[in-house]
Design a protein around this ligand. Structure first.
Ligand code: FDA
Length: 398
């Protein structure tokens, strides 16, 4: 039987792969989109708590150097400047999907993430893309000019192959290291990969103190070296989570401490001095309880072990309390890993890719897009914007 032939074969029907397939199909290319999962866009479905934070109005080339991590922070600029959050949002509006800005420029569906998947699938159909799901990809070769893809549904040849198989996070949803291995097989470098946007864990002693706070959420500033995030902090049974922690996890490395300010909008020392002057008979724990969640204030009060009325505290003693509240140094021992990480930091080395087209510099016709590339965004819609923008860029040229 003759091999099936397509102009473009896209490996991975996630956010990036669907976008490339749509764009290439619109240009009249014959496109096959392959995935081993039974449904396309599984990560879109679970994203944003089921409402998909599909982009961020600030996820543009102007913020990219700060808000996208990778060995070359400039790499993402080209694709991000040619496909903006407004471009994607225009498609969302065209499909009549209701959305809102939640906070910090984050755009979410009003109803369900499934609407984004339905939109992309209908665009795929309109663009004439063939989609094959539940299809195992056994290998990709390039014996001559064409690529040969060995799949559970047979052998396929293609002029171009786009690798959009994503990162390693959430393996139980089908994430694999396929894209990294394929890159290496074709001679591309792959930078060190690690889980990112992930809850941090603590040694048993520290965990014992934190555990009773499981479920408590409070606004905080969390810092690591010069990087800081002002967002919510969530105590869990396993350690710390919440947007502020997920964000800082992309910067944190083993052995480092993080610093937590639990009163981000106040000067803790001033607050305590004011309490000493106005409510001198209160215990420190009670004073903290007016500014912080009660269980958190109680834990801090107990760990400070400073009994007595605040009216009797010297400035030195108040400073100890203020430091505990505003300069709380914590040393995570690890993270929850790929099991819960939202993304993978690192990936296909951008030195080996063309920033404009995402094509491998030394392998004409081979492209890498989305999370498999060493480009990782902040929490809040940045990673989908990279998936759409890199998918769009490759889709214009494959
Ligand atoms: P993606 O992972 O989406 O797709 C890869 C595809 O390749 C999958 O369909 C997979 O089945 C397939 N595949 C993998 N290996 C294969 C193989 N060997 N053979 C065949 N197919 C294979 N981002 C954001 O901006 N806003 C948000 O709200 C969220 N929320 C969020 C929540 C959770 C729980 C997670 C885990 C992640 C997020 N993210 C996010 C991150 C976002 O989901 C992620 O960055 C993008 O989905 C990446 O898109 P890609 O298309 O590159 O990979």
């Amino acid at each position: 039987m003759a091999n099936e032939h397509f102009g473009v074969v896209v490996l991975g029907a996630g956010a990036a792969g669907m976008m490339t397939a749509i764009e290439a199909g619109r240009r009249g290319r014959s496109v096959l989109l392959l995935d081993h999962a039974r449904n396309p866009g599984e990560k879109i479905r679970i994203s944003g708590g089921g409402r998909c934070n599909f982009t961020n109005v600030h996820a543009t080339h102007t913020t990219a150097r700060e808000r996208f991590l990778g060995q070359n922070p400039r790499f993402a600029l080209s694709a991000l400047s040619r496909y903006t959050p407004e471009n994607f949002t225009a498609m969302v509006r065209r499909h009549g999907i209701a959305y809102h800005e939640k906070t910090l420029g984050q755009l979410f569906c009003d109803n369900s993430a499934v609407e984004i998947i339905t939109m992309l699938v209908s665009e795929l159909r309109r663009a004439g893309v063939t989609m094959r799901l539940g299809c195992e990809i056994r290998g990709v070769e390039r014996p001559a000019e064409r690529f040969e893809i060995d799949t559970s549904d047979g052998r396929i040849t293609a002029d171009s192959v786009v690798v959009a198989t994503g990162g390693k996070s959430i393996p139980k949803m089908g994430a694999t290291n396929f894209g990294y291995q394929l890159a290496q097989k074709f001679g591309l470098r792959v930078t060190e990969t690690r889980p990112a946007l992930v809850p941090l864990t603590f040694e048993p002693g520290a965990l014992e103190r934190l555990k009773p706070l499981a479920g408590v959420s409070t606004p905080a500033t969390v810092s690591h070296a010069k990087t800081r995030f002002d967002e919510a902090l969530l105590f869990t049974h396993r350690g710390l989570s919440g947007p502020a922690i997920l964000q800082i996890s992309s910067y944190w490395r083993e052995g480092d401490a993080i610093v937590v300010d639990l009163l981000p909008d106040q000067d803790a020392m001033e607050m305590l001095q004011h309490a000493r002057a106005t409510t001198p008979k209160l215990a420190v724990q009670t004073v903290l309880g007016a500014a912080l969640p009660r269980r958190l204030a109680q834990m801090l009060g107990e760990s400070l072990a400073l009994p007595g009325m605040i009216g009797d505290f010297s400035d030195k003693k108040l400073q100890i309390v203020a430091d505990q509240v505003s300069n709380w140094r914590l040393k995570p021992v690890g993270s929850e890993g790929y099991r819960t990480a939202e993304v993978t930091l690192g990936g296909v080395d951008t030195r080996d890719l063309d920033a404009k087209t995402l094509e491998a510099r030394d392998v004409p016709g081979l492209y890498f897009i989305g999370e498999v590339v060493d480009v990782t965004g902040w929490l809040g819609g940045y990673n989908f914007q990279w998936a759409w923008a890199s998918g769009f860029a490759a889709g214009q040229v494959v």
